[in-house]
Ligand binder design. Sequence first.
Ligand code: 5GP
Length: 115
Amino acid sequence: MAKETIFSKIINGDVPADIVYQDDLVTAFRDINPKAPSHILIVTHLLLPSVNDATAEHELALGRLFTVAAKIAQQEGIDQNGYRLIVNCNYHGGQEVSHFHMHLLGGRPLGPMVI
Ligand code: 5GP
Protein backbone atom coordinates (compact mmCIF):
# COMPACT_ATOMS: atom_id res chain seq x y z
CA MET A 1 0.00 0.00 0.00
CA ALA A 2 1.32 3.44 -0.92
CA LYS A 3 1.68 6.33 1.47
CA GLU A 4 -0.81 9.16 2.01
CA THR A 5 -0.78 11.98 -0.54
CA ILE A 6 -2.19 15.48 -0.82
CA PHE A 7 -5.12 13.85 -2.65
CA SER A 8 -5.73 11.46 0.30
CA LYS A 9 -5.95 14.51 2.54
CA ILE A 10 -8.51 16.11 0.20
CA ILE A 11 -10.53 12.86 0.14
CA ASN A 12 -10.48 12.74 3.96
CA GLY A 13 -11.46 16.42 4.24
CA ASP A 14 -8.16 17.38 5.90
CA VAL A 15 -7.23 19.70 3.00
CA PRO A 16 -9.90 21.90 1.37
CA ALA A 17 -10.85 21.51 -2.29
CA ASP A 18 -13.79 22.36 -4.53
CA ILE A 19 -15.34 18.88 -4.51
CA VAL A 20 -17.87 18.30 -7.30
CA TYR A 21 -18.57 14.60 -6.67
CA GLN A 22 -17.83 11.94 -4.05
CA ASP A 23 -18.88 8.33 -3.53
CA ASP A 24 -17.43 5.24 -1.87
CA LEU A 25 -14.74 4.73 -4.54
CA VAL A 26 -13.78 8.13 -5.96
CA THR A 27 -13.63 11.84 -5.14
CA ALA A 28 -13.66 14.52 -7.85
CA PHE A 29 -12.57 18.12 -7.34
CA ARG A 30 -11.49 21.12 -9.41
CA ASP A 31 -7.79 21.32 -10.26
CA ILE A 32 -6.04 24.11 -8.35
CA ASN A 33 -4.30 25.20 -11.59
CA PRO A 34 -6.95 24.69 -14.28
CA LYS A 35 -5.88 24.24 -17.92
CA ALA A 36 -9.44 24.54 -19.27
CA PRO A 37 -12.77 26.06 -18.10
CA SER A 38 -13.67 22.64 -16.68
CA HIS A 39 -10.60 20.90 -15.24
CA ILE A 40 -11.55 18.27 -12.73
CA LEU A 41 -9.45 15.58 -11.08
CA ILE A 42 -11.20 12.27 -10.49
CA VAL A 43 -9.22 10.45 -7.82
CA THR A 44 -9.49 6.83 -6.74
CA HIS A 45 -9.73 6.14 -3.01
CA LEU A 46 -7.28 3.28 -3.55
CA LEU A 47 -3.76 4.23 -2.49
CA LEU A 48 -2.29 3.37 -5.88
CA PRO A 49 0.62 5.60 -6.94
CA SER A 50 0.12 5.16 -10.70
CA VAL A 51 -1.31 3.05 -13.52
CA ASN A 52 1.75 0.82 -13.08
CA ASP A 53 0.30 -0.42 -9.80
CA ALA A 54 -3.12 -1.38 -11.21
CA THR A 55 -4.05 -5.07 -11.19
CA ALA A 56 -7.19 -7.04 -12.01
CA GLU A 57 -8.48 -6.65 -8.44
CA HIS A 58 -8.68 -2.87 -9.00
CA GLU A 59 -10.78 -3.05 -12.17
CA LEU A 60 -14.11 -2.24 -10.53
CA ALA A 61 -12.74 0.75 -8.61
CA LEU A 62 -10.79 2.10 -11.57
CA GLY A 63 -13.71 1.60 -13.95
CA ARG A 64 -15.65 3.97 -11.69
CA LEU A 65 -13.31 6.80 -12.84
CA PHE A 66 -14.88 6.58 -16.32
CA THR A 67 -18.52 6.40 -15.28
CA VAL A 68 -18.00 9.32 -12.90
CA ALA A 69 -16.24 11.27 -15.68
CA ALA A 70 -19.34 10.87 -17.84
CA LYS A 71 -21.59 11.98 -14.97
CA ILE A 72 -19.48 15.06 -14.21
CA ALA A 73 -19.22 16.01 -17.90
CA GLN A 74 -23.02 16.08 -17.96
CA GLN A 75 -23.08 18.07 -14.70
CA GLU A 76 -20.65 20.59 -16.20
CA GLY A 77 -22.67 20.80 -19.44
CA ILE A 78 -19.70 19.75 -21.59
CA ASP A 79 -20.79 16.23 -22.56
CA GLN A 80 -22.24 17.12 -25.97
CA ASN A 81 -19.37 19.32 -27.18
CA GLY A 82 -16.90 16.84 -25.75
CA TYR A 83 -13.91 16.73 -23.46
CA ARG A 84 -10.62 14.95 -22.85
CA LEU A 85 -9.66 12.40 -20.20
CA ILE A 86 -5.97 12.08 -19.33
CA VAL A 87 -4.06 9.78 -16.99
CA ASN A 88 -0.39 10.68 -16.55
CA CYS A 89 2.14 8.09 -15.40
CA ASN A 90 5.47 8.86 -13.75
CA TYR A 91 8.18 11.23 -14.93
CA HIS A 92 7.90 10.93 -18.72
CA GLY A 93 4.11 11.02 -18.45
CA GLY A 94 4.27 14.29 -16.49
CA GLN A 95 2.72 12.88 -13.31
CA GLU A 96 3.22 15.25 -10.37
CA VAL A 97 1.06 13.64 -7.70
CA SER A 98 1.71 9.94 -7.07
CA HIS A 99 -1.91 9.00 -6.46
CA PHE A 100 -3.79 7.43 -9.40
CA HIS A 101 -6.14 10.05 -10.87
CA MET A 102 -7.80 11.08 -14.10
CA HIS A 103 -8.00 14.61 -15.51
CA LEU A 104 -11.29 15.68 -17.10
CA LEU A 105 -10.72 18.74 -19.32
CA GLY A 106 -13.32 20.60 -21.35
CA GLY A 107 -15.31 23.77 -21.89
CA ARG A 108 -13.32 24.89 -24.94
CA PRO A 109 -11.88 23.24 -28.04
CA LEU A 110 -8.73 21.47 -26.84
CA GLY A 111 -7.26 20.89 -30.29
CA PRO A 112 -5.21 17.87 -31.25
CA MET A 113 -3.11 16.09 -28.64
CA VAL A 114 0.22 17.89 -28.35
CA ILE A 115 3.03 15.53 -27.47
P1 5GP B 1 -0.57 15.10 -12.53
O1 5GP B 1 0.50 15.91 -13.23
O2 5GP B 1 -0.03 14.37 -11.32
O3 5GP B 1 -1.32 14.21 -13.48
O4 5GP B 1 -1.64 16.15 -12.03
C1 5GP B 1 -1.66 16.65 -10.75
C2 5GP B 1 -2.64 17.82 -10.77
O5 5GP B 1 -3.01 18.08 -9.43
C3 5GP B 1 -2.07 19.11 -11.35
O6 5GP B 1 -2.86 19.53 -12.46
C4 5GP B 1 -2.14 20.10 -10.18
O7 5GP B 1 -2.52 21.39 -10.58
C5 5GP B 1 -3.17 19.46 -9.27
N1 5GP B 1 -2.98 19.72 -7.85
C6 5GP B 1 -1.81 19.57 -7.16
N2 5GP B 1 -2.00 19.86 -5.86
C7 5GP B 1 -3.33 20.18 -5.73
C8 5GP B 1 -4.11 20.58 -4.61
O8 5GP B 1 -3.66 20.66 -3.47
N3 5GP B 1 -5.43 20.83 -4.85
C9 5GP B 1 -5.99 20.73 -6.10
N4 5GP B 1 -7.29 21.01 -6.23
N5 5GP B 1 -5.25 20.36 -7.18
C10 5GP B 1 -3.93 20.09 -6.99
